[in-house]
Design a protein around this ligand. Structure first.
Ligand code: ATP
Ligand code: MG
Length: 404
């Protein structure tokens, strides 16, 4: 098993707490990742100091108190934000998602006991070494996700843990331990009580994991609880998709068609760009694509690039390719589409209204009416430039606009 070497700043923060008579530990994901030999993306610290005591221990550092409700104080230590959270227990859960109260405690046992899985419930500090009350280290060695304590109880406290079990198994490449797995399926209905924002955040990580296909198949009942029936092919397609969440959502929702896929992703209350793209990607599966070898191939690719940014187009192609590869169909045409699009963009071809050598203002000055018509005229000029029917030169464009 790998050594734990905490970064110097984290050690310094833990030492400072110790100087003041408190105990501080690195905890949760960072301990798990270090034991697995992976670079943690952040380090959480847990301590028996109450929030005010933590703040007072760092009189020389800026303090951010946004997480105070949960006992978290962010100390800006030598320019780095370090979250320090007081040991706590969660009160009773009455709605399968929020503890009724959070109580600060002085005992690390209680804090580790409230955590979801054994691999996430370890703490470490250089003085005491690893605090591993639930055999998390063994479960890492055996590649197992197991609830801390009784799985049914833990999922009933917080239904999101159902998806978190699947997420960690998918991302870490672990198996869900048998009892935990049974309980995941048995309690799937609890997800109804969880906010869509929390579901989106976990589910997005789940589908981007290396093990996503096998986990989604194993826990198909949970998947269909969330999104209805999904064809096996869509799930299997994930293995051929890039690790990009919009492409992966589109692969899963491919059977829905553009409108329903758009509604389904929007219901998760995610950002507009994700919604727009997932909808477009699903819609694009029904597009008739230009065929390489045809005389108009390059022009048609240029028209597509006038309608879609290169980034969107590249994603459209990657989704297509994923289904082609999955089905064992030739992917040459998709490759040519992307290659040609790259060439056009690199060759600075005129592919957007912005790169026309004339603006709406200039057209208006030349006597073309300023109205809704203008948009249509610019679009038509764009089309004509791509077709090679008019040169991308201001005077030529104005002349042509007059007869549109
Ligand atoms: P990641 O590397 O994805 O950030 P992580 O383990 O740090 O993984 P977080 O969601 O950031 O996961 O949570 C931090 C820690 O808080 C977890 O390791 C776990 O100990 C605890 N935790 C988070 N969410 C829950 C929950 N819903 N129930 C119980 N414990 C939780
Ligand atoms: Mg984390």
């Amino acid at each position: 098993m790998n050594q734990i070497n905490l970064p110097e700043k984290i050690c310094a923060v833990i030492r400072r707490l110790a100087d003041r008579g408190y105990h501080g530990y690195a905890v949760g994901g960072c301990v798990r990742d270090m034991l697995m030999g992976k670079e943690p993306h952040d380090f959480d610290i847990t301590t028996d100091a109450f929030p005010s005591e933590t703040s007072e221990s760092f009189p020389d550092c800026p303090i951010i108190l946004t997480g105070l409700k949960h006992g978290t104080v962010t100390v800006v230590y030598e320019g780095e934000n370090i979250e320090i959270t007081t040991f706590r227990t969660d009160g009773e859960y009455l709605d399968n998602r929020h503890p009724e109260s959070v109580t600060f405690v002085r005992n690390i046992v209680e804090d580790l006991s409230r955590r979801d899985f054994t691999v996430n419930a370890m703490a470490y500090n250089p003085e005491e070494g690893l605090v591993d009350l639930f055999k998390g280290k063994d479960d890492i060695a055996r590649k197992i996700i197991r609830c801390v304590g009784d799985a049914d109880t833990r999922f009933n406290e917080d239904g999101l843990r159902i998806l978190r079990a699947m997420r960690f198994a998918s991302v870490l490449g672990f198996k869900v331990e048998e009892k935990t797995a049974e309980s995941v399926v048995k309690n799937k209905k609890l997800l109804k009580n969880i906010s869509v924002e929390r579901i989106y955040s976990e589910f997005t990580k789940l589908i981007s994991g290396d093990n996503a296909v096998s986990i989604l198949k194993q826990f198909y009942e949970v998947l269909s609880e969330l999104f209805g029936e999904i064809p096996a092919e869509n799930i299997e397609c994930l293995d051929y998709c890039p690790k990009e969440h919009t492409v992966r959502y589109a692969a899963l929702f491919a059977h829905m068609g553009e409108e329903t896929a758009g509604k389904t992703i929007r219901a998760l209350k995610t950002d507009n760009d994700t919604c727009r793209l997932v909808k477009k990607l699903v819609g694009s599966l029904a597009w008739e694509m230009p065929k390489f070898g045809s005389e108009r191939f390059e022009k048609e690719v240029a028209h597509l690039l006038a309608e879609n940014s290169f980034d969107d187009f590249a994603k459209i192609i990657s989704l297509r390719r994923a289904f082609e590869e999955l089905r064992g169909e030739p992917a040459d045409n998709s490759e040519k589409l992307l290659e040609t699009a790259k060439k056009l963009v690199e060759g600075k071809a005129c592919l957007s209204i912005k790169s026309l050598d004339v603006s709406g203002k200039e057209l208006a000055k030349a006597g073309i009416p300023q109205s809704a018509e203008m948009g249509r005229i610019l679009k038509e000029l764009m089309r004509l430039v791509i077709e090679g029917e008019v040169e991308n030169r201001c005077d030529a464009l104005i002349e042509r606009a007059k007869i549109l």
